[in-house]
Write a protein that binds this ligand. Sequence first.
Ligand code: ZN
Length: 297
Amino acid sequence: MANDNHDEIWVGTLLGGQARWVVARTTDLVEEARRRHHTSPVATAALGRLMTASLLLASSLKGNEFITIRLLGDGPLGGVVAVGNAQGEVRGYVHEPFVDMMLNEQGKLNVAQAVGQGEFAVSKSLENGENYTSTVPLVSGEIAEDLVHYLLNSEQIPSAALLGVLVERDYQVAGAGGLLIQLMPGASEECIDQIEEKLKTLTQGISKIAADSHSMQEMTETLLGGLSYQVLEKRPAGFHCSCSKERVGGTLVSLGREGLKEILEDKQAELVCHFCNEHYLFNEKELSELYEQAGQE
Ligand code: ZN
């Protein structure tokens, strides 16, 4: 492979373990989400940032644990959902993917306005089967600030976050990524100052940094260079949905014979997975089989 640059998540510590950091390159997976959902630029940016945020949070999970973030805003996007797991797999959708907005005063995609006012809800599904949901009000709608606000208020972790998606004129994703720095208990003032100073030097957005970097190493060095950082873990990242025709069929079976009888009258059914926009077609024969199954339950 000539170009070895692909989506990845790197995790490590900096300044002698006073902080934990996560860097994610998500260009390809956000582009895949855009292609699947046919999102407008502002919807691509909102969905891409939220999917990236879910991967940053999921980087501290293990096994088959996963994080769901729901952005419940009253803006034209009508809500955004992303699910990221410990394997670096992520999926997501926007309620209104075709929303078009004017650029904001900085000439950027107006994610905050498209999201609106509302709530930022994070659910953790842990390996022991437990589920925790914590909801905080949206403070900006730009998502990175909302993530920081959530971490401070729900998990008492002071942190800094950058999230960005660069959309080209042809609507394709040129670059996407995220950075999360979380302070460890007992981090010194000097450590905080150094991180703040470093972040101030990043005059380009993280999406541009993701687009211009030729490798994860280069991206990480641009974001963290000078903070004496250590890389502890690298994992691949990608768009992945757990749906299948079998699972969708299972959903139909759960409607029971009553519900399936109505569907059978149409002789076929097409079901769409919200998360990945995959279309599943069931013909009359398949629907009859599901009807039989439903009777046995
Ligand atoms: Zn799916």
